[in-house]
Design a protein around this ligand. Sequence first.
Ligand SMILES: Nc1nc2c(c(=O)[nH]1)N[C@H]1C(S)=C(S)[C@@H](COP(=O)(O)O)O[C@H]1N2
Ligand SMILES: [Mo]
Length: 492
Amino acid sequence: MLLGLVSVAAALAAGHLVAGLVSPLASPFLAVGNTAIDLTPHPVKDFAIRAFGENDKLVLLGGMAVVLAVLGAVAGLVSRRSPWPGTALAAVLGLLGIAAVLARPTTTGWAVVAPLASLVAGVAAFRWLWSREPAVAPGRRRFLLSTAAIAAGAGVAAVGGQLLAGRVDVEASRRGIALRPGEKAPEIPFDADFSREGTPSFLTPNEKFYRVDTALSVPRLRAEDWRLRVHGMVDNEMVLTYDDLLRRPLVEKTITLVCVSNEVGGPYISTSNFIGVSLSGLLREAGVRPGADQLATRSVDGWTCGTPVAEIMAPGSNALLAVGMNGEPLPLERGFPVRMVVPGLYGYVSATKWLVDAELTTFDAFDPYWAQRGWAKKAPVKVMSRIDRPKSFERVPAGRFVAAGVAWAQHTGIDRVEVRVDGGPWQQAALSREVNVDTWRMWRIELDLQPGNHTVECRATDRKGRTQTNERAAPIPDGATGWHSMVFTSVA
Ligand SMILES: Nc1nc2c(c(=O)[nH]1)N[C@H]1C(S)=C(S)[C@@H](COP(=O)(O)O)O[C@H]1N2
Ligand SMILES: [Mo]
């Protein structure tokens, strides 16, 4: 078992080291994990997001480590008499690694040597350690020393690979950037949130902004190396550098971003002062040809997204190529150096992080990542409201109680939020000061509660008179619907 475990470690570490040299994403461990993410059916993915939240990636990597350790141990156990069963298992795992790396959309040139190194190291370590396994007790020492040597070598290789992968100094690149938007977002008024009564703060601090993406390791792309190609159905193909972007007028806009995977009442919504350049201005310069109705964008790690051109070009559109959030350059996990933000659309059809390619095309001609997996090609954000206080099964004092939450109806704005307790009459909640129609809005209401168990529900109506429906729909294909409700207890 020990022999098998150490061989697996040697294989993974060798691949990680070589990947660090040629292409960090070609590390077999990461490539297998990324492939697993892409192949996971959406109900399992939804379950993982619900069960593990933003730790889903750690859970996946940990799970893979456990599976590989078990396979290694089994390889050792079935090879008591002959080394061939274990060798065969090591070779099959190695081939899987190669297949996973080759299947990544980002794999180029020499990347395949990384999983190849894993295969060779795994098989070689297994055969060598097997040959040194003692037939008699006095040979034990030699075997243990060999095993320790390989384990130590694997440790050094793994750390080396990690250091090599991180040698692109993105942090320095980010620190060197100063953003001075010519047009600042209006100051957020003090009464724009009810955070003292349980709602989120109006602007979400960068480290608290929700995160949803398929990237197992955060892409490391320096601003100096960044290029954006704008091509396809355009009159003037363009290639932009980061400096080109900063030379354009920089604006700051307060925008709420929301994820389609949000269940009713879910946490995947946040608001930021995004700094960037106007995307419609850029596309106008490129000259969008008639008939091009989809902007297909791609991130450096191969993820793809499709956004309606009409939404980006609509009058008053705040669609941005964003370079900053809340006064600083984008954090790495937010898509540094450049991402897209298009208010009114869920993130998966609008908010490409680590953006490197933009192609004008049609909805008929191209299906992006999530559309290939059964999600809608077009997904405007639905009218929604959420209860933040009380919390589920909270015990609150009977008598006067203030319930609070958030609501959003991007592009149209919230007209009213109504609340009812135990199926009673709807009562109108007070709304916070509106910042703009593309951001969330907070609500609060004073209730008078008898002791006992209660259910509180809320529903929002936008300025076009559309009321949030009570018809339950799952997030797939184009966003959840239903009323949020909360069961809690008032105690005398
Ligand atoms: N490159 C890349 N960009 C991406 C994604 C992704 O998986 N990869 N996920 C999208 C989804 S589904 C959402 S909801 C938003 C979330 O952005 P955030 O993580 O900054 O909150 O990013 C979008 N942009
Ligand atoms: Mo999302």
